[in-house]
Ligand binder design. Structure first.
Ligand SMILES: C[S@@+](CC[C@H](N)C(=O)[O-])C[C@H]1O[C@@H](n2cnc3c(N)ncnc32)[C@H](O)[C@@H]1O
Length: 467
């Protein structure tokens, strides 16, 4: 119904005009809002890609691995290899900073740590550890969270190669695209939701993403029975450099002995998978199931290997000697060599592993470690760790993780003999003093030619708390 008088009509017209102006404004506002939302989405996508490519998240906030923008559903993300990880716990360890932390766990035996599984991951974290007490060692998968702004290169200079470059994937360098570390740690005990570890190379506060039991039958080629004969043949080819001798039981055992001695010299970057038999034979407080320990499976395995060797030797099915070894025995005309003289038959089903030569024989030699009498006295002052406070007894300092001053001395020797200095510092700097912290001790030492001397051990000031 339209208004009758002119004055009302005019008012209605004015109102209609105002309504149409307001409609236009509303439309503009909507457009602005839409473009704002689009810009915000774009911004978020670019942040996600920066996070996944570079900066690491704060501990506890999760970490995005791999770079494509996160797809909508977790399922799709997983299928694209793009997952949101949440640490299952954080390492408490006797190493507070990177400087002076062993480069591999095996070079510093008694280095100790604790890992408490977070309640935020499981309602009852202790349940997740049930059964793990049967294992002597665990793989720890963690983030190098102190890499700073994540930068990586295709080639790196491992400290033990003294400046030579190799591909990042042929090393255990922390500086790699996905900043993931892998350490084989000794599992000393489990109490409730906490794992007590030793032989570690992680600093305090390291976010742990996963742990898995170490199972030599799966993880070590020395105990594994591969069935894929092609891969075994190529393994055998690669083994030319590894001068492993013999196919009888005695020689197989000496193969393991070699691996043990590698542990003694502390391989830096190829370590974890070569020291299983030594550690398994150590007495341990754990209630271990011998049927799964690998120790008892050894004779069975050897027996099978022996049977195979016998079968092949009987068939005369050996490799051409010239491809296999320089060994004189193998340069004999290939008839049927006496069983006891067979060097390295190219039969299937036995697995080998080879490592780069520089791991065993690096261009940098290990250093002799000395303590001044003063440093020895100061070390002896430290009391062993206890399960609770106090950290001092009278005036005497106390270790938080280490069980004795002998253990501390062994750890110091392990760290220093491998020369923890960077190649740059080692070769270019005149300063020969070096400081590092182990557990609750601040350690001062200096490097000479072929040796390093510990000068001083002082308690870490009380206000600096170890995690
Ligand atoms: C060479 S890496 C080897 C780590 C592991 N065993 C591996 O092979 O992946 C060990 C070094 O990483 C450094 N490191 C340890 N924990 C770290 C962390 N949370 N963030 C960054 N660097 C760390 C220490 O300097 C230590 O000497």
């Amino acid at each position: 119904m339209s208004p009758q008088c002119d004055c009302c009509r005019e008012n209605v017209n004015k109102l209609n005009q105002q309504v149409s102006v307001m409609r236009k404004e509303l439309k503009n506002l909507r457009q602005m809002l839409d473009s704002g939302i689009r810009a915000h989405r774009k911004h978020m996508t670019s942040i996600q890609s920066v996070v996944s490519k570079g900066e690491l998240c704060e501990p506890g906030r999760g970490h995005t691995l791999a770079s494509p923008p996160t797809p909508a559903s977790p399922q799709a993300a997983l299928e694209q290899g793009n997952i949101q990880t949440v640490p299952i716990g954080y390492i408490s360890s006797c190493f507070s900073v990177k400087n002076g932390t062993p480069r591999q766990p095996t070079i510093c035996g008694p280095s100790r740590a604790e890992l408490r599984i977070q309640q935020s991951v499981f309602n009852n974290p202790a349940h997740a550890l049930v059964g793990l007490e049967h294992y002597s060692h665990v793989w720890v998968i963690f983030l190098f969270h102190k890499n700073g702004h994540l930068s990586y290169k295709a080639k790196v200079k491992p400290p033990r190669l003294n400046g030579q470059r190799v591909g990042v994937y042929s090393t255990r360098s922390p500086h790699r695209p996905n900043a993931l570390g892998l350490t084989l740690a000794k599992l000393d005990k489990i109490i409730g939701d906490t794992l007590y570890l030793s032989d570690i190379d992680m600093i305090a506060g390291t976010p742990v993403l996963d742990i898995k039991p170490y199972i030599p039958e799966y993880d070590s080629p020395f105990t594994r029975m591969d069935t894929d004969s092609e891969s075994n043949e190529s393994n055998t080819d690669k083994t030319k450099a590894a001068t492993v001798s013999g196919n009888d039981e005695t020689n197989m055992l000496s193969l393991h002995k070699d691996s043990e001695s590698d542990v003694e010299c502390g391989p830096e970057d190829g370590g974890p998978d070569v020291h299983d038999f030594k550690t398994q034979s150590e007495p341990d407080s754990l209630n271990k199931d011998s049927s799964i320990s690998g120790q008892l499976s050894m004779p069975t395995h050897l027996h099978q290997v022996l049977e195979e060797v016998k079968a092949y030797v009987t068939q005369g099915d050996l490799c051409q000697p010239s491809y296999e070894s320089n060994n004189e025995l193998l340069d004999m005309p290939i008839t049927k060599p006496p069983e006891s003289q067979v060097e390295r038959p190219c039969y299937g089903k036995e697995a080998y592993s080879t490592i780069a030569e520089w791991i065993r024989e690096p261009p940098v030699s290990s250093l002799e470690v000395r303590f001044t009498p003063q440093a020895e006295r100061e070390l002896a002052e430290f009391l062993p760790s206890t399960s609770g406070p106090p950290e001092t007894e009278g005036d005497r300092p106390r270790f938080k993780f280490l069980h004795s001053s002998e253990e501390a001395a062994a750890a110091i020797r392990g760290v220093l003999s491998a020369d923890p200095r960077s190649v740059y510092r080692r070769t270019r700097c005149r300063d020969r003093l070096f400081f590092f912290t182990l557990d609750t001790a601040d350690i001062t030492c200096w490097f000479g030619h072929g040796f390093v001397e510990v000068l001083q051990l002082r308690p870490v000031p009380q206000h600096i708390v170890l995690q």
